[in-house]
Design a protein around this ligand. Structure first.
Ligand code: ATP
Ligand code: MG
Length: 319
């Protein structure tokens, strides 16, 4: 089974990225052929600030979080240029209406991110990313389900005209972590300034966690946990007795949200402890990271080339 995931180097990675996508990918490495890439062309769609630095940061983070270059093919999107060629070809199989209905585009423009053509056509490039490697499964957060559906739709249209060339992909979402909410209660997103990052400084982390919006209830009162942002974040990291114990603290009253926030900060800090150590290693060995990306790009190209050749020949681009 071929599983593929991409992440934009558009800011610091956050716990939504981790549970919605990276962790699923790391787990999939054991049983599937996994493809993970840093989507630097995609990051340009929402500004692309500081792109070179963030690309290396993102690669370093991925390796620290468990993407293993011995098990996964791991590269930077722009090192396999054929994806841009496929993007163009697929554009002709993409009805305008399909893109006009895309939620992600509508959400981002509603948040004031400039509506340029690349942001609008992002799902077509994403379709090219998925289809050029013959991906069968794409693990995503809920926000990206529609984009995978668009990729399916485009692939079906292409195959209808040229025969069974493209593999029709499927999305995979993990129910419990479909959408991790940010400090403001909206979808956590790198570009929305509402994230809890994975590799932040301890003090800054606590400061961000203190900003999480919570209900205004007196300290002594019992509190709702199911609807509480702080609880829902903690739930990602806790299981069994620890989770029940936290629920009991909410039900009992006598503690304010400040206490739960302190606890959440501790839990998150502890969870990523080993990953932080691994990150320090890769941070100090950036040449090794570059080497890994280069080998990954070569492997990825090797897999993309036969597909793109078939497409060139079927469409008549090769003459
Ligand atoms: P941007 O604001 O630049 O779009 P992002 O935080 O939405 O950044 P992406 O790079 O777009 O992150 O997405 C990377 C992966 O993380 C995708 O699989 C996406 O579904 C997943 N993801 C992003 N945000 C969340 C979230 N809040 N909850 C669960 N999964 C998420
Ligand atoms: Mg996004």
């Amino acid at each position: 089974m071929r599983v593929l995931t991409g992440i934009q180097p558009s800011g610091d990675l956050h716990i939504g990225n981790y549970f919605g996508s990276i962790k699923q990918m790391v787990d999939a490495q054991e049983s599937s052929q996994t493809f993970a890439f840093i989507a630097n062309y995609h990051a340009m769609t929402s500004g692309g600030k500081d792109l070179a630095r963030l690309t290396m940061q993102c690669a370093t983070d991925f390796l620290a979080l468990g993407i293993d270059p011995k098990k996964s093919i791991f590269w930077v999107q722009s090192d396999v240029k054929e994806v841009l060629e496929l993007y163009w070809i697929l554009s002709s199989f993409t009805p305008m209406g399909l893109l006009e209905r895309a939620h992600s585009y509508k959400d981002k423009t509603a948040k004031g991110i400039g509506a340029n053509h690349s942001l609008f056509s992002y799902p077509v490039l994403m379709a090219a990313d998925i289809l050029i490697f013959g991906s069968e499964v794409v693990p995503v957060g809920k926000d990206q389900i529609q984009h995978v559906e668009i990729a399916r739709d485009i692939a079906i249209r292409f195959n209808n005209q040229y025969g069974d060339i493209l593999t029709i992909p499927e999305f995979r979402v993990q129910e419990e972590v479909q959408t991790v909410l940010g400090t403001d209660g909206q979808k956590m997103s790198k570009s929305y300034g509402n994230i809890i990052n994975i590799f932040g400084e301890e003090k800054a982390q606590l400061k961000t966690i203190k900003k999480i919006v919570t209900e205004n209830v007196a300290v002594e009162e019992p509190k709702e946990f199911e609807s509480c942002n702080v609880y829902n974040m903690a739930k990602l990291f806790l299981e069994g007795d620890n989770l029940i114990a936290l629920q009991d603290r909410y039900k009992k009253g006598g503690e304010g949200h400040g206490h739960f926030k302190m606890y959440l900060a501790e839990v998150i800090w502890e969870y990523f402890k080993d990953f932080r150590q691994k990150r320090e290693y890769f941070e100090a060995h950036q040449d090794e990271v570059r080497g890994i990306l280069k080998v990954g790009a070569d492997k990825a190209r090797e897999i993309a080339l036969p597909t793109i050749e078939k497409i060139r020949s079927a469409t008549g681009i090769s003459y």
